[in-house]
Design a protein around this ligand. Sequence first.
Ligand code: PMP
Length: 408
Amino acid sequence: MNQRHDGEIDLALRARAKQVIPGGMYGHQNAAPLPEGYPQFFARATGCHVWDVDGREYVDLMCSWGPVLLGHHHAGVDAAYQKQAALGVSMNGPAPALVELAETLVDRIAHADWALFQKNGTDATTTCVTIARAGTGRRKILVAQGSYHGAVPWCSPSLVGVTTEDRAHVIQYQYNDIASLNAAVQEAGTDLAAILVTAFRHDIGRDQEMPTIEFAKALRAAATAADAALILDDVRAGFRLHAAGSWEALGVRPDLSAFSKGIANGYPLAAVTGNERFREGAGRIYVTGSFWCEAPPMAAAIATLQETKASNTIAHLVAMGQRLRDGLAKLSDQAGIGVRQTGPVQMPMVLFDDDADNAKGRRFCAATLRAGAYFHPRHNMFLSAAHQPEDIDKALSAAAAGFEALAG
Ligand code: PMP
């Protein structure tokens, strides 16, 4: 068993990082904005448990911010990864796994006739935009205000280091607002290349919102009328909502989809799937990367997709998510402290009433963390196939400590 320390190893690493990493840490995994006590550095992970560098164990409700779909160190996925790694990792061309994985996606994803692979979600969304422009010969891209599509200049939520030219052809609309969509379509005129949309509204720090059927259908109709691409950004929700693509339940099929996060259970991979209309454009653009053909993550993705089907992972995620949601609702009732739990249960978002500055959420999370569960105060969380009822119950006992801290 690891020896437990009170965060001093984490603090020492942060002090060293400050010297050699600008700002000490960067991006979404920067722990600086998190409540007091949150570790920056982790030592290991297994199933739905993570250990920080000071040996403290937590029930993991973030799953690496999404990629871990089946649990850390899933035996079948790791075996597939290692088998391919023993044969070859980065070679002068892809391994057969590239074709097998593309066939698996074309078989599974309802709208897909072909697939391309990258490393990160940003690669996939950017590739979709490039394909849409190639396939239509047009420039304008419609995006919902506040939706996250990645961390490069055309879509980064920060404007630091970004020029107005980088955003010259991006027009915003409001999620679930057909009038604002129509206005944006009008503004794009004859230059509309694509409408981009996330599987549901999962912007940081606000209640999650499922798309209405009318909204999803209006997006499809607008893209079809303009012969532009409807791009579904399924990077975050993909493989957690619906096995055939997140909008399959709505009966609305995109032309292009971007996947990443859950596709290879934590190994680095992203995918774009598309239909016949955009095959030609996808074949003409130049996109690649030194590691995009890395073989073991593709073998891991094939194993992940097989396992999700064999075990009906989504049904399990829903059951565990419902248990967590019901338990939190009960605790909040008992404490007389209002919480809002929104969006799909398997991607929990917990926000407190009358908490505009997130102070309650932060106090709740700090106490819950001390009691052994890693919640996030402002971002949606993620469940995995490794979560069992007893893990959810452990997270709920930790949450009880969180509610107590708020009541006290
Ligand atoms: N789109 C969505 C909806 C996302 O949630 C993310 C990542 N949070 C991205 C795109 C970008 O993915 P990545 O961080 O892997 O580049």
